[in-house]
Design a protein around this ligand. Structure first.
Ligand code: RIB
Ligand code: CA
Length: 307
């Protein structure tokens, strides 16, 4: 079976770390590179964290390149209150080999990978969309060789950073709008999927017995503020990986989506036209729901495949 070529664009980030691990150890995916972006913490830290992760997983052959240090127009925000000031608080990783960081920007590296690929590339953005917007704006010639973009971001309802905006889209609304206007095949994995399939306390307790990766995740989860062991943990970025690998556990709908960038209070809001009020052609597949038990089972099986 040929592996599906994937580019991961990420702001690790505790839930990013889990999504990256599951993708790296999947036998269905060929991870072409890990592109880092500002987001949960600053770019230097997200890049450092990505390099620490590939070292921990023994995957230092995967190219890591850094991209945007800030949003296209707005002031930078972060989510260090959720992930800790390092972005991956809670586990003492070994220092990475910084010499492995690609000298070219991730936008350049993504362009090269896409243009040289014999097979269309799937892009998995699990952070702010600044790198993807820059890639598509700077090098539109990449579009014919992009199979689709499956992104964690947005919400069909209320936000988790803005009143109506999810963090990744709130961090760079203009970038998100560029992506939703790209004409590419888009799948949006919003907050809503996440809050319906929390990682239960039993699953957290179970994975720490599986292997060193599960043990590391458990340590990170003790610091992670995306829920709690008692109430369940939100693994937002892993939902995007789960959709990529096991779409049948998700309920989806094809609708028109655009991103608000002018609203005084609503910038970054994903306007998801579920009832067709705007009479516009659908441009996005939106995840509406998932089966919590099936997601937790998938999560366990995925962590089992890690080192
Ligand atoms: O809103 C959740 C998203 O914001 C996740 O990608 C999380 O890692 C943060 O980046
Ligand atoms: Ca993220």
């Amino acid at each position: 079976m040929t592996k599906r070529p994937i580019i991961i664009d990420t702001d690790p980030g505790i839930d990013d770390a889990v999504a990256i691990a599951i993708a790296l150890f999947s036998d269905e995916l060929d991870i072409k590179c890990i592109s880092t972006v500002f987001g949960n913490v600053g770019l230097d830290k997200t890049t450092y964290n990505a390099l620490r992760l590939v070292k921990f997983f023994g995957k230092e052959n995967i190219p890591v390149a850094s991209g945007a240090r800030k949003p296209l127009l707005r002031d930078i925000i972060d989510a260090s209150e959720v992930h800790g000031k390092t972005g991956m608080e809670g586990f003492d990783f070994e220092d990475p080999d910084m010499s492995l960081l690609c000298q070219e920007s991730s936008i350049e590296l993504m362009r090269k990978i896409i243009m040289e690929s014999d097979e269309p590339i799937t892009i998995l953005p699990i952070g702010p969309l600044t790198n993807i917007a820059l890639l598509l704006s700077t090098y539109p010639e990449v579009k014919p060789n992009i199979k689709e973009i499956i992104m964690m971001g947005g919400s069909t309802g209320r936000g988790n950073r803005g009143v109506m905006s999810e963090f990744n889209f709130c961090a760079d609304p203009e970038a998100a709008r560029i992506v939703f206007h790209s004409g590419l095949k888009l799948t949006m994995v919003p907050l809503d999927a996440g809050v319906r399939a929390l990682i239960t306390k039993d699953v957290s307790e179970h994975i720490k017995t599986l292997n060193k990766t599960g043990e590391m995740f458990y340590s990170l989860f003790k610091r992670y503020r995306g829920g709690s062991f008692e109430t369940g943990l939100t693994m937002y970025d892993s939902y995007a990986t789960a959709y990529l690998l096991q779409p049948d556990i998700f309920k989806t709908v094809d609708v028109f989506v655009d991103i608000e960038t002018q609203g005084e209070y609503t910038s970054g809001c994903s306007v998801v036209d579920l009832r067709g009020f705007l009479n516009k052609e659908p441009n996005t597949t939106v995840i509406l729901d998932t089966d919590p038990e099936k997601f937790n089972e998938w999560f366990i099986q995925s962590v089992k495949r890690c080192c």
